[in-house]
Design a protein around this ligand. Structure first.
Ligand SMILES: C=C(O[C@H]1C=CC=C(C(=O)O)[C@@H]1O)C(=O)O
Length: 409
């Protein structure tokens, strides 16, 4: 744990109501912006009051929770809002693989938030609102293959299909990466505002260099209530309205996609059942239509049996079969063998937690890791016994479109 220079322990935290600040994203500074926004509501943050670098290994979520509790312990909190996300908050990103370094929780110095018509500002030490600098365009973007070429990735999918058909496993999610190099340093705030405008239904996020707009809510905890939106089963949008409707109907009727979706829902049900006094899992999925793809979606709700933090729920859920597979352990081995890359924060939990244990965590999808003028984009798809490698490749291209749009438009 590191407490920022210039701050004393315990932290002095103050949350005050503020007039509607307008578009939250326009308030962010260029350096290290944090964000979690959907339909214009959520939290943006900047500055660093404390940082918890989470060591890799089993039990990392519990360790993260303990270390964060130590940061929050004894904080002098003056909170006139007392709502989820008020008072001290940490933004976090955990790597997909428990063994990979790079998981982090950051307590920002300033958080600006809006929810349900109320807006508030939380500050730690000397901090506050500043005039934001104008957005900067990254200029032209050049793309290159990531760890595997498209055809190598198709071969990896074909191998996964063979392993599934041999009975080794039921489902595995394989991902690939693309690298992008811009003419000028990439302004994360520009990506965030483009993503939030084009994908209002998604959670536009930024945490420690990982930026994206994910449609998949891993878990929201508000008091005893937990909510999750399970996604799996995808088709690209159609070229015209009739094609679009036909694709949605075909997705709904596809035995392969329904089975792929059921694996993801089952993994969430299995994770949440021991934690919840009540759990409502719909029998059939809905269709979630986004600008680039359509998904099968199941909203799950539950009531927690006792006062677990959202981080405990994240620990129980990750990795769901929307990003791992079934059975989980075998799927993780196959991912390690076939993908040929470290996913880093992609497909890991990303979100925020407050000192009450409330918070919202998504699965980091449709995202990129930004470093200066370079970006590493990620996309994957669920592989089943009857998956077609070319169709899976097309699906990743449709998913890449979210970040490509943010970088290019
Ligand atoms: C793994 C990704 O998406 C997951 C979430 C929704 C639908 C998925 C699918 O249909 O394959 C994936 O399980 C990704 O976007 O990189």
């Amino acid at each position: 744990m590191r407490v920022a220079p210039g701050l004393t322990r315990p932290l002095v935290v103050r949350t005050t109501r503020v007039a509607d600040p307008g578009d939250l994203l326009t308030r962010l500074p260029v350096t290290a912006p944090y964000a979690w926004i959907r339909h214009g509501e959520g939290l943006v943050a900047w500055g660093e009051a404390a940082r918890v670098e989470v060591p890799p290994g089993p039990g990392r979520f519990a360790r993260a929770r303990e270390r964060l509790a130590a940061v929050f312990a004894g904080a002098h909190v003056d909170d006139e809002v007392r709502a989820p996300g008020s008072g001290p908050v940490a933004f976090g990103s955990f790597t997909f693989d428990a063994g990979s370094p790079g998981s982090v929780l950051v307590v920002p110095r300033t958080v600006l938030a809006r929810r349900g018509g109320r807006a508030w500002l939380t500050t730690i030490g000397e901090s506050g609102l500043e005039e934001a600098a104008p957005l900067r365009s990254p200029g032209a973007i050049r793309y290159a293959d990531g760890s595997l070429t498209a055809s190598q990735w198709e071969q990896a999918v074909a191998q996964a299909v063979r392993r599934i058909r041999s009975g080794l496993l039921e489902k595995v999610v394989l991902a690939r990466d693309l690298t992008a190099v811009a003419e000028r340093p990439i302004d994360t705030r520009l990506l965030l505002s483009r993503l939030a405008a084009r994908f209002p239904e998604c959670y536009t996020f930024s945490c420690d260099g990982l930026v994206g707009a994910t449609p998949e809510l891993l878990v929201r905890r508000t008091g005893q209530t937990v909510e999750s939106l399970v996604l799996a089963g995808t088709t690209p949008r159609g070229d015209h309205p009739a094609d679009d409707v036909a694709r949605g109907a075909a997705l709904f009727a596809s035995a392969k996609d329904r089975h792929e979706h059921a694996c993801a829902v089952d993994s969430v049900r299995r994770a949440l059942t021991p934690l919840c006094a009540e759990l409502d899992v719909p029998a059939d999925p809905e269709l979630l239509v986004l600008p680039n793809v359509q998904h099968l979606a199941s909203p799950v709700t539950g009531r927690l049996a006792d006062g677990l933090s959202v981080l405990d729920v994240v620990a129980a859920m990750h990795p769901t079969a929307a990003v791992g597979g079934t059975p989980t352990r075998t799927a993780l081995q196959v991912i390690g063998e076939l993908e040929g890359m470290d996913r880093a924060g992609y497909a890991g939990p990303v979100g925020w937690v407050d000192a009450r244990g409330d918070g919202e965590w998504g699965i980091a999808l449709r995202c990129a890791r930004i470093e200066g003028s370079r970006a590493r984009l990620f996309a994957g798809g669920g592989i089943m016994a009857d998956s077609d490698p070319a169709a899976e490749l097309a699906e990743t291209r449709a998913k890449f479109r979210a970040m490509r749009y943010a970088l290019e438009s």
